[in-house]
Design a protein around this ligand. Structure first.
Ligand code: SAH
Length: 226
């Protein structure tokens, strides 16, 4: 799966993809992540990519031409399934969106800054608008990194234990059960006996029950979502 991320701050994305599972996915050839500097597509001599808003008001607006030039160059080289704009007024990211996007081939992600991007970029090029939550950040890079992480770990072969993504929170509409590792007792706090019993059927039943209980307590909305 190929990601092309368009940003004015490419160095912000150096680190998130260079570690752990995301790095391994690229080494294994299961995902490719290309970061493009929007300023390389600026048409004026100052290499600026933003301008004052029509109609006045505060903040700068990212201009259409640099995005158009970069997107059109990419589209002349590859086919894209989605062009996604990270934006607080998009659809809030959740596991089912990540699952869906993990089945795609190539995706372009646009990162905004300042007040955001010229509406016409959204009208003409963008196929999906995704928010990472009801709060406003200063740029789309961290949201883009979050989106890519959520997607890449679902690509078959990326996680070493293939079943582990399936048992995570939200995959079955429930939160995950509590987890423990050694020591079995720490300062008087014991691991639940059932987990030491070796009885797989009972352990699974306990985990199911814990998942349901946790979801009822913390996220009852998930149980009524269907
Ligand atoms: N004026 C915009 C906010 C711009 S914030 C508004 O009120 O909706 C600047 C950029 O940060 C946005 O263009 C977007 O790319 C990114 N961004 C900020 N918050 C985000 C969020 N919750 N989800 C996704 N992207 C976000």
């Amino acid at each position: 799966m190929r990601f092309d991320i368009i940003t004015v701050l490419p160095s912000l994305l150096d680190s998130p993809f260079a570690h752990s599972i995301l790095q391994r996915a690229q080494k294994k050839g299961l995902s490719e992540i290309h970061v493009h500097n929007l300023r390389d597509y600026a048409t004026n001599k100052h290499k600026s990519v933003d301008d004052y808003p029509y109609g006045g008001g505060s903040g700068m607006v990212m201009q259409i031409e640099p995005f158009a030039a970069c997107i059109e160059k990419l589209k002349s080289e590859h086919e894209y399934d989605e062009i996604i704009y990270m934006t607080p007024d998009g659809i809030t990211l959740n596991q089912s969106i990540a699952n869906d996007l993990s089945t795609k081939g190539n995706i372009i992600i646009l990162c905004g800054h300042y007040k955001g991007i010229d509406q016409r970029i959204r009208d003409v090029f963008v196929t999906r608008e995704i928010s990472i939550g009801d709060y406003v950040l200063s740029g789309g890079e961290l949201p883009a990194a979050i989106l890519v992480d959520a997607i890449v770990r679902l690509i078959p072969g990326v996680l070493s234990d293939e079943t582990s993504a399936l048992s995570d929170s939200f995959q079955d509409g429930l939160l995950d059960a509590p987890i423990y590792t050694r020591p079995a007792e720490w300062r008087g706090h014991k691991v639940p006996d059932i987990l030491l019993s070796g009885n797989e059927a009972k352990i699974n039943a306990w985990r199911d029950e814990q998942q349901l209980q946790r979801t009822q307590e913390r996220r009852p909305d998930l149980l009524h979502d269907e």
